[in-house]
Ligand binder design. Structure first.
Ligand code: FAD
Length: 287
């Protein structure tokens, strides 16, 4: 289907993009990699009157590691997967994003675009939750940082205001005694997560002193698993502890059923994949 007509702007700075967002308000949509927005426009699910193409804003692209890991919102999956420094300080990111879609999707799709879009089956939201990422946004009122846990509000909905631009995602590098992993049951065609689980573990000697889990694909939005996290704390991260804790995965969550997987099946898979993600994160934390 041919999308409806729209005005097109291609700013070259964040300031210019924000000024355009301020002028056009709800009528405008940011265009990043276009791999979620353009299909929605072609299907008639989105019909923005104004497109603000941010791909010419160089300051939004790239990875800077200086104590923290700062990833520009326009950084593609391929650039994240190939980044040498990231492989050293936060290998889970490259491993996870290498499982997204296919080569074309990874060459065009961006981390910022995926988070702003908040597809319930997208991989990156689960990673930002488990890694406790901070999401930096700029708007006419200035700059603010939103914790990942406060960012995803509902299906395809986030804490971003319509006149705000997501500019960067900030992660903390992992150190000794910390480990993270992402495992997913991918849709066989698109590779979107039917269920995806990211886990972070910190060990204090032999015991778990911190645990965060982000689940995607199962509900309307990516969610932390507080009950599982609590059950892991103080334990030794061994087989028995993992089996007991992961049984609590999905509790209190509204799990979705659709043509790809029933609600019951997804609920079972949330437990299975939580256990796998935790086991991998514990193994990494042990070094
Ligand atoms: C065939 C196919 C397979 C895919 N498989 C997977 C998969 O396995 N796993 C997965 O996670 N994803 C998958 N995707 C989605 C892909 O990763 C998308 O590229 C991504 O979700 C959106 O990023 P984008 O840069 O293309 O954003 P766009 O499509 O350009 O934008 C998406 C939305 O975010 C808004 N937006 C974009 N950037 C910003 C910003 N900086 N600030 C504010 N708002 C912004 C746009 O206005 C729009 O509403 C797949 C897509 C396709 C087409």
């Amino acid at each position: 289907m041919i999308p409806s007509a729209f005005e097109y702007h291609a700013p070259t700075s964040v300031a210019e993009a924000i000024s355009l967002l301020g002028q056009h308000g709800d009528e405008a949509k940011i265009l990043a990699g276009g791999h979620s927005l353009l299909p929605a426009m072609k299907l008639g699910l989105a019909a923005p009157g104004v497109l603000i193409d941010i791909t010419k804003i160089a300051e939004l692209r790239g990875v800077v590691i200086n104590g923290n890991v700062n990833i520009g919102s326009l950084t593609t999956w391929a650039a994240i997967a190939q980044h040498e420094g990231l492989r050293r300080v936060l290998p889970v990111l490259g491993e996870a994003v290498s499982q997204i879609g296919d080569l074309q999707v990874r060459n065009r799709g961006t981390l910022g675009g995926a988070l702003a879009h908040a597809d319930p089956a997208a991989d990156a939201p689960a990673l930002t939750l488990a890694l406790d990422a901070a999401i930096r946004v700029h708007g006419p009122k200035g700059e603010r940082t939103i914790a990942a846990v406060d960012f995803f509000t509902d299906m395809l909905s986030t804490a971003l205001e319509p006149d705000e631009l997501l500019t960067a995602i900030i992660f903390r590098p992992l150190g000794a005694g910390e480990g993270a992993a992402y495992v997913k049951f991918p849709h066989p065609a698109t590779r979107y997560a039917i269920v995806g689980v990211a886990a972070y573990i910190k060990l204090n000697g032999t015991h778990v002193s911190a645990c965060r889990i982000g689940v995607t694909g199962a509900g309307a939005k990516a969610e932390r698993q507080n009950d599982v996290e609590q059950a892991m704390l103080g334990g030794d991260g061994g087989d028995e502890a993992l089996a007991t804790a992961s049984l609590r995965a999905g509790e209190g969550m509204d799990i979705l059923g659709d043509i790809h997987a029933s609600e019951d099946y997804r609920r079972a898979m949330v437990k299975v994949y939580t256990k796998r993600a935790l086991a991998a994160a514990v193994a990494r934390a042990r070094g």
